[in-house]
Design a protein around this ligand. Structure first.
Ligand code: CMP
Length: 139
């Protein structure tokens, strides 16, 4: 995927509030192409596996409960410089610190229920995409 793909999830707060369409419009408007997408509900165990890197953090259990509390949209996005450009588009993890116009500033409810996820590196974009999509070469 070398630099031109990233992985995203529209999280239960934003999906449940009916903001998926508005968020995808912003994403496409910023030049990202949707290469794969599916709506699903994570189990607590699967959320725990996805966020395993945060296992030692005090917010880990709450995060896994929250991420399995409702449906999400998982998607692979393509654009030049995808990871960095997407992180900019979604804004800071804590919506209080997110810049005006970013997806989290517009839609996030809290640092945990922060509307959307974006991979933080090319390597994690690949790992996270494969967590949800096994046949990426076909998209
Ligand atoms: P995300 O970018 O998906 O990566 C890890 C997630 O953990 C993050 O978004 C938030 O949903 C959550 N998170 C990060 N920091 C905190 C925190 N201090 N308190 C609660 N949840 C957090």
């Amino acid at each position: 995927m070398a630099g031109n793909r990233t992985f995203t999830m529209i999280k239960p707060d934003a999906f449940g509030a009916g903001n998926t369409g508005a968020i995808l419009k912003i994403i496409e408007g910023a030049g990202f192409k949707i290469k794969a997408a599916k709506a699903l509900r994570l189990t607590q165990e699967k959320a725990g596996k996805f966020y395993e890197v945060h296992k030692e953090r005090p917010f880990y259990n709450d995060l896994c409960s929250y991420m399995s509390s409702g449906s999400i949209l998982a998607a692979v996005l393509e654009k030049e410089n995808a990871v960095a450009d997407f992180r900019k588009l979604i804004g800071a993890t804590n919506p209080v610190e997110a810049e005006e116009g970013t997806i989290r500033k517009l839609f996030a409810k809290s640092i945990e229920a922060n509307a959307i996820h974006g991979s933080d590196s090319d390597e994690n974009a690949e790992i996270e995409s494969r967590f949800f999509f096994s046949k990426l070469e076909e998209v």
